[in-house]
Write a protein that binds this ligand. Structure first.
Ligand code: PEP
Length: 251
């Protein structure tokens, strides 16, 4: 059966010292808790190895926020999936809308990133979602379908079974505008139907599909109560341990 997951995405926030303090605080407040979901924190590359050490012995798992689309070599400034794996991180966020928009990551680039993450035994958290104009033109289903077909529906059923999806309507990310539980459930059910069509019902039922976009302690419960919403990818509200814990407690 699929897992419920609450995953943080720190984005480009926190110095190393601040990140260690946040991870330490989260570990402390989760020490006596028994979360009904997997807990992941997505940190900048430079935090990974240290944060992996900090959260050892706790329920918290660690994710990178990106990886290179190349295996190794003369790509100054890039960080490969193998390097991420060597830090002890287990997950890698791929295809976040900020990377698609600001760093022009295409379907093909993302396909390669997913391939390299899987080849290095990292679990991709693959993000999809439409922009405001696409939602207004009622094109959200077509957009999300194209994103899946462009970057992950090439995978074998076995490899697809290793990825987590995050539906993140771009108009809701960092804007305070959350999709309603009905809008999110409708899209998650649609995504699951596409997976069932491609890989069969069992793979679809086992796939965790997270919601992301201004998810916080006030709206998480309403979102997570839906049958096809298996948790959240949390940006802003993952930067304060108590806010993040309150979202975890929504399960
Ligand atoms: C995100 O960055 O994936 C995200 C959902 O951000 P926020 O929660 O701040 O909208």
């Amino acid at each position: 059966m699929r897992k419920n997951i609450v995953a943080g995405n720190w984005k480009m926030n926190k110095t190393l010292q601040e990140g260690v303090a946040l991870a330490t605080e989260l570990k402390t407040i989760l020490a006596d808790a028994q979360p009904n979901c997997e807990v992941i924190i997505g940190t900048p590359f430079i935090h990974l190895a240290t944060v992996v050490e900090v959260v050892k012995g706790s329920v918290i798992k660690v994710s990178a926020e990106n990886c290179a689309d190349k295996e190794s070599g003369a790509y100054t400034g890039e960080v490969s999936a193998a390097m991420i794996k060597s830090t002890g991180a287990e997950y890698c966020i791929i295809g976040h809308s900020e990377r698609r928009t600001y760093y022009h990551e295409t379907y093909d680039i993302l396909k390669e990133k997913v391939r390299l993450a899987l080849a290095n035994d990292l679990k991709p958290i693959f993000c999809i979602g439409e922009v405001k104009e696409e939602r207004e033109a009622n094109k959200q289903n077509a957009v999300v379908k194209a994103q899946l077909e462009g970057s992950v529906f090439n995978l074998s059923a076995e490899d697809f079974g290793k990825i987590v999806l995050a539906y993140e309507p771009v108009w809701a990310i960092g804007t305070g505008l959350t999709a309603t539980p009905e809008q999110a459930q409708e899209m998650h059910a649609y995504i699951r139907s596409l997976i069932a069509e491609k890989y069969g019902k069992k793979v679809a039922e086992n796939c965790s599909i997270l919601y992301g976009g201004s998810c916080n302690s006030s709206n998480a419960k309403g979102l997570f109560a839906n049958p096809d919403i298996d948790g959240g990818l949390i940006g802003g509200a993952s930067l304060k341990a108590n806010d993040f814990k309150a979202i975890i407690d929504a399960f």
